[in-house]
Design a protein around this ligand. Structure first.
Ligand code: NAD
Length: 353
């Protein structure tokens, strides 16, 4: 596609959306529209040279404005968070169906060239995720449907809508099932953060406070894989431009227990903590990994960034954020990546939402 066509990132004020906007701009895309419901000072990256719009994409009229003139759309906007959020906000998660429905209708009406939808590994049948000793999830394992209650049902339904908009209206839709994405410039406190960021924050708190204990949700034996943001950006763009009509896994297949994730962060932080297991806290499924056979076959590529390497960068960023916020040295929340320029007036010193 021409780098002069308009690319729209819905949810551009969020973690993945912010990185995607920065990445597209760094690649030389000249017309990027980034749309999010949050005020600009809460966007992780609010970049110069981009048309930044604050709009509620649950509203059909706003979706028409967002999609107008677009060549490509990345639909990432959703009301979501880590396990602590999605297990306690099922209705809110399901209401993202309004965003997905209206964005598809508006994209169809605007004659958009290509439409990307970010689905999730939470669509997979829960019966396939009962043991820590996992068999990695293949794309076919989403059916018969028994996804994560609330959030997962909405994602599965919206995947199906993408399929039927493609079949019935000839809209080029492509779907990726993201598995746990992590990296800098994302949520690390406040209740919506996910395990990698939460671990970094807890380690930092323990280190700075001198209280060398850590609370772990569950028994620490749950298994997961975590994909670094750079792999997510590359895979999403490859999937959008591919001929893969069915949803594809986009995740790392480097499986770790939560205890091993803590080991990694302890090593990075240079500290050993006493672990307290909270068996009543939300912990999600017992085991989950991404089977990357299909993406490897179809794209000749799969995520490969090692967890240790990605966590090193993530820890460093969260450490700096933590120090800026809590050590009295006020600093910007949004730290622009290399080559990016953050609007000065849109910098926030306070992480609150
Ligand atoms: P995020 O919460 O940082 O970003 C989502 C953005 O959508 C937020 O900035 C939010 O303000 C915006 N949004 C919510 N409601 C909106 C509305 N009504 N109108 C406009 N904007 C709205 O989350 P993220 O981690 O960047 O995730 C992006 C997408 O990827 C989401 O669809 C999510 O479900 C999916 N996903 C993420 C992960 C992950 O590990 N991060 C895993 C699986 C799927």
């Amino acid at each position: 596609m021409s780098k002069d066509q308009l690319v729209v990132v819905a949810g551009g004020g969020g973690f993945i959306g912010g990185h995607l906007v920065a990445n597209l701009r760094d690649q030389g895309y000249t017309r990027i529209r980034s749309v999010d419901i949050k005020p600009f000072n809460e966007w992780y990256q609010c970049l110069d040279g981009v048309e930044n719009l604050q709009m509620d994409l649950m509203d059909l009229g706003n979706c028409h404005k967002a999609c107008k003139g677009a060549g490509e759309i990345y639909q990432l906007a959703a009301d979501m968070g880590g396990m602590g959020f999605i297990e306690t906000h099922k209705a809110e998660c399901m209401l993202s169906v309004l965003i997905n429905t209206h964005m598809l209708m508006a994209a169809r009406d605007a004659g958009v060239g290509k439409y990307f939808y970010s689905s999730s590994a939470c669509v997979y049948n829960a019966d396939k995720q009962t043991s820590e000793d996992v068999v990695a999830l293949k794309e076919a394992d989403a059916y018969p449907a028994q996804p994560e209650d609330g959030y997962g049902w909405e994602k599965l339904f919206s995947e199906r809508m993408c399929r039927h908009f493609r079949e019935d209206f000839n809209l080029h839709t492509r779907v990726a099932r993201f598995h746990n994405v992590y990296g800098p410039l994302g949520t690390w406190e406040g209740g919506r953060e996910k395990a990698p960021a939460a671990m970094c924050r807890k380690l930092i708190e323990a280190k700075l406070s001198g209280d060398h204990t850590i609370e772990i949700w569950g028994d620490g034996k749950q298994t997961r894989s975590f994909m670094y943001i750079d792999d997510c950006l590359k895979g999403s763009q490859m999937i959008l431009h591919s001929d893969c009509l069915e949803p594809l896994n986009l995740g790392s297949d480097e499986l770790v227990t939560i205890n091993q994730l803590v080991d990694i962060v302890e090593e990075i932080a240079g500290i050993k903590l006493k672990r307290n297991y909270n068996l009543d806290a939300p912990k999600g499924v017992n085991g989950r990994n991404s089977d990357n056979t299909m993406i490897q076959e179809r794209l000749g590529w799969a995520p490969s960034i090692r967890l240790r390497d990605g966590m090193e960068k993530t820890y460093k960023w969260i450490y700096d954020e933590y120090m800026a916020k809590y050590k009295g040295k006020l600093g910007p929340r949004a730290v622009a990546p290399k080559g990016a320029h953050v609007h000065k007036k849109e910098l926030s010193v306070e992480a609150g939402g």
